[in-house]
Structures are given as structure tokens and as C-alpha cells.
Design a binder for this molecule. Structure first.
Ligand SMILES: [Zn+2]
Length: 498
């Protein structure tokens, strides 16, 4: 049994849970459930929130709250998503967690001891929205293209710097050795060009008098650690690093099973990482260089998703086109929402969605497609021996072949392609019922209709198994129904939505 670790990015806790994030975590959850189901891998799935930085500090101040109290309040909103989206994470990290703070400080010490941290005076333009420095070439009309309404901050102070510039060649070597380190390929090319163009050292601390809400720099109480440098380390602090990286007597790792045990770190690390396209540089270059600075192996793979837009525009409160995750779960249930989010092709251009479009898709593919197929087949099959139908269905081997094809797509997170295949199979099955007029045939030709029903049951079992990680609750009902001692017409699984 091998161990697989997947982590999503940490959203800033001050934001409201949004659909782009819901898509990211659902996709990670689908992948991790598939690992558990199909290959019996042991898994670890990390989620969490980023609680430090200037914008959180400023927002707490505006509300008259202590930053920690404000973070506690906000973190609860993000945690709720695990319930509403039926996520199966093992860990929910908060960057204000004690063990994370200690890990960040230890990481800093090691990077400094290895000679990758130094101090200097500098001046920079800083976008609080991104919590990133902006170079002149990145600005549009003198502002951040992602936050055009927010004035840039001018930072002029003495800070600690990370020697990012020293990692150009090591990063290029890493990319050359791992031909699918970043997926999809066009994002991989983008990051390669960025690194090839040369890397600038960046500031990794702020003066505490100006920005007190962060982790203190070890050995310098006047400075706090820059929020990105702090937050990225969560991917290893979640595994109990540094203590879990320490070997126990005898052989380290391998035998130890639990995350956080001494020696267990290398059983789990490196991680598969999932992120949005705005995180490309941070995840696939900055974080990888940081890992190299403390002699840790790079991430296993980084999957980069496109953005969601609505009616061709970025979702924003002022445009009134925001779709909240809760709106979807109320309307489509957890499974319906997971299906709709998983079916988006996130490796191409930005994806446009509207509530009306999602409703049509749900009705067409789940209520009319899969739901209708199941209720028709189960109803017609109720006069036949369930055992015989099932034996016939499973003997064909088609169920297995189909599941294998789907698995290949699922492994590389091509969920939209997996769903297309399943959908085609369901459409074929519904048409088969119409073409053979099966509801009449069952009255006149028992043998022939039994053969057809067995084929159709095979499609239902294949679809149920293939969709298990996407719709865990509903597929449990589908498979239980198809495998019951006596198949009966059951409840409607996907009620039509208006
Ligand atoms: Zn910005």
C-alpha cells in the first residue's frame, strides 16, 4: 500500500468562501477519494486557511476585533464547506496554529543557516490585495491588474530577503527532469519562461511596527515573516514537519504509518498540489525554491486550474454575478454540486458559468440522463431475477474495462473527460431502451428483454462505480439498488430543479 498526499492552496481567511475555491477543493476531494477506492492507497488530504498578512490585520482593525478573534470567526465559515460539499479532508490547517508557527520559524532558521536569507534596505510597490510586491512591468495604469481599485503601498524599509535568484538553474533542472511537473502544459511553459527570464530575490519580512500580524522572525523581534513565506510552509507543517522528518532509531520512515510520527514525513512527502492559475509562480517556482533552500524534495506535481467567470466577466460583488457555493448546494445538493464542478474542464481557458446554465446541465445529465435511466431500468427489471441479470451484466467484462478507462482520466484529474465518457454511455443506454421499445418487449419476449436489461444494468453499475468519488452519497444508493437481492423501482435520485 502506498501513501498519497494531496493539498489545495490556503485562501485568505478574510474572504467569503467562493465558487473558484469550491471547485479546487472538490477536485482534490474527487481525486483523493478515487485513490482510496481504486488503488487502495493510504491518503492524506490537507485543507486550510491563511490567517496572516496586512489585509487580514486591516480588516480586523476596521471591525474593531482582535486579529485572532476575527480569524476564528472567519475560519469557521471556511470549515463549513467540508460539510456542505461533503469533503473528506484529514486535516484543516490554520496558519495561526502553534505547530505551524514553530515549523515556519524552524524553516527560516534552516534557510538562513544554509545562506539563503540576508538583510537589506529596499523600496517596493506592494499590492495588499495580492499580498505581493509588484514590479513596474506588472502594473496596468499604475495599479495591480487584479486589484485596480486598491492603491499600491510603498514599502521602504530594511527587510530580510530570500535568495530566489540563486535557484534559477536548480528550478530549470527540476522542470527538465519532470516533464509533467506542472499540468496543464501551457501553464508549465509559462512558468518555465518566467524562470528563464531571471529571478529576483524577494523580501520575506516586514517591520513589526508597520505590520504586526505575522510570525516573528527568529532572533529579530522587530520583524515578522512575510505572509507567503509563512503560508507555503503549511504543506509540510501539516505533515508534522520538522519533528516528523526526524528519524527514529533504526530505519526511518517506511514502516511508520501515521502522519506526524517521527520518521513518517518522507512516507508522505512529496505532495500532489492543486492551485488556481493566480498561484502558478508561488506554487511551482517560489515554493519549490524554498524547499531546495532547506534540502527538502520538491512537490510531486502541481495541477493548475483556470478561473471561473460568469457571463464573460470576473465574478464580483459590484457586478452582482457572484455565485456562492451555498447557492449551489441548496439547489443541487452536495452530490449535484460536486458533479457540476467536477465536470468543468479546468485545464483550458477560463470557464464561464451561470446558474441557469448549471441548472440546465443538472436537469439534462442527472435528472433526465442518469436518474431517468435508473428509474426505467429498475422498474422494468423488477419482474426478473436480479441475480441472473447481475451475473450476465458483470460477466461481459465491459463494466471492468469501462472502469479502467475512467480511472486513467481520474488519475490525472481529467474529470471532465471522464464525465463525458460516462455521459455518452448513459445516453446510449437511454436510447437503447427507446429503440428496442423495451417496455413493450418485456411483455412479449422475456429472453430478449432479459439480455437487454442485463446490458443496461451493466451500464448503471459501471456509471455508479465510475462516479463514486464524484457523487459518493448518490452512487452508494445506485450501487446498493443495482446489487440488491431484488431490484425494485426506487426513489427518484435526482429531482428536477427549476
Ligand atoms: Zn493585487
Amino acid at each position: 500500500m502506498s501513501k498519497k498526499y494531496i493539498t489545495t492552496t490556503l485562501p485568505y481567511v478574510n474572504a467569503e468562501p467562493h465558487i473558484g475555491y469550491a471547485m479546487e477543493v472538490v477536485r482534490a476531494d474527487v481525486w483523493v477519494r478515487r485513490q482510496r477506492l481504486s488503488q487502495r492507497n493510504e491518503t492524506f488530504f490537507n485543507l486550510g486557511v491563511d490567517e496572516h498578512g496586512l489585509k487580514i490585520y486591516q480588516r480586523a482593525k476596521e471591525l474593531g476585533l482582535k486579529p485572532q478573534a476575527y480569524c476564528d470567526q472567519q475560519a469557521a465559515k471556511w470549515r463549513e464547506l467540508s460539510q456542505t460539499l461533503n469533503l473528506s479532508e484529514h486535516n484543516f490547517i490554520r496558519t495561526t496554529d502553534e505547530h505551524h508557527i514553530k515549523a515556519v520559524q524552524e524553516f527560516w532558521r534552516q534557510a538562513k543557516n544554509n545562506g539563503f536569507i540576508y538583510k537589506k534596505n529596499y523600496q517596493a510597490k506592494y499590492c495588499v490585495g495580492c499580498e505581493l510586491e509588484k514590479t513596474e512591468s506588472e502594473l496596468v495604469d499604475g495599479g495591480c491588474p487584479l486589484h485596480p481599485k486598491q492603491a499600491l503601498q510603498i514599502i521602504e524599509e530594511e527587510n530580510y530577503f530570500f535568495k530566489f535568484s540563486e535557484f534559477q538553474q536548480p528550478l530549470l533542472d527540476l522542470y527538465a527532469k519532470n516533464s509533467e511537473f506542472v499540468v496543464p502544459a501551457h501553464r508549465f511553459n509559462e512558468i518555465k519562461s518566467f524562470v528563464k527570464a531571471g529571478l529576483q530575490d524577494f523580501s520575506i519580512s516586514r517591520l513589526k511596527t508597520k505590520m504586526p500580524w505575522g510570525i516573528e522572525v527568529p532572533g529579530d523581534e522587530t520583524q515578522v515573516i512575510y505572509v507567503w513565506f509563512d503560508a507555503l510552509i503549511n504543506y509540510i507543517s501539516a505533515l508534522g514537519w520538522p519533528s516528523s522528518a526526524k528519524a527514529t532509531e533504526g530505519k526511518p520512515g517506511l514502516l511508520s504509518a501515521k502522519v506526524g510520527d517521527p520518521g513518517a514525513f518522507y512516507d508522505w512527502w512529496p505532495a500532489v498540489q492543486v492551485a488556481g492559475k493566480d498561484n502558478l509562480r508561488q506554487q511551482s517556482a517560489m515554493w519549490q525554491a524554498m524547499l531546495m533552500a532547506v534540502n527538502l524534495p520538491p512537490s510531486k506535481q502541481v495541477f493548475i486550474n483556470s478561473f471561473l467567470t460568469s457571463n464573460g466577466q470576473k465574478m464580483s460583488k459590484s457586478l452582482g454575478n457572484v455565485i456562492a457555493p451555498q447557492e449551489l448546494t441548496v439547489k443541487f445538493g452536495a452530490d449535484g454540486t460536486r458533479y457540476l464542478l467536477a465536470s468543468l474542464n479546468t485545464f483550458g481557458d477560463d470557464m464561464d458559468i451561470t446558474l441557469a446554465g448549471l441548472t440546465d446541465k443538472y436537469n439534462a445529465e442527472l435528472a433526465n440522463g442518469l436518474g431517468n435511466l435508473i428509474s426505467r431500468v429498475f422498474k422494468l427489471a423488477s419482474d426478473y431475477s436480479s441475480t441472473e441479470l447481475r451475473q450476465q451484466a458483470e460477466a461481459s467484462g465491459e463494466v471492468l474495462d469501462f472502469a479502467r478507462t475512467i480511472n486513467d482520466f481520474m488519475e490525472v484529474m481529467k474529470f471532465s473527460e471522464a464525465i463525458e465518457k460516462i455521459k455518452a454511455k448513459i445516453d446510449w443506454a437511454n436510447k437503447y431502451i427507446d429503440d428496442t421499445k423495451l417496455w413493450e418487449l418485456v411483455k412479449n419476449d422475456k429472453d430478449k428483454s432479459q439480455k437487454i436489461l442485463a446490458e443496461l444494468l451493466g451500464v448503471i453499475i459501471a456509471a455508479g462505480e465510475s462516479l463514486q468519488s464524484i457523487m459518493p452519497q448518490t452512487t452508494e444508493k445506485i450501487l446498493a439498488g443495482a446489487r440488491a437481492e431484488k431490484i425494485v423501482k426506487g426513489e427518484g435520485l435526482f429531482p428536477r430543479v427549476l
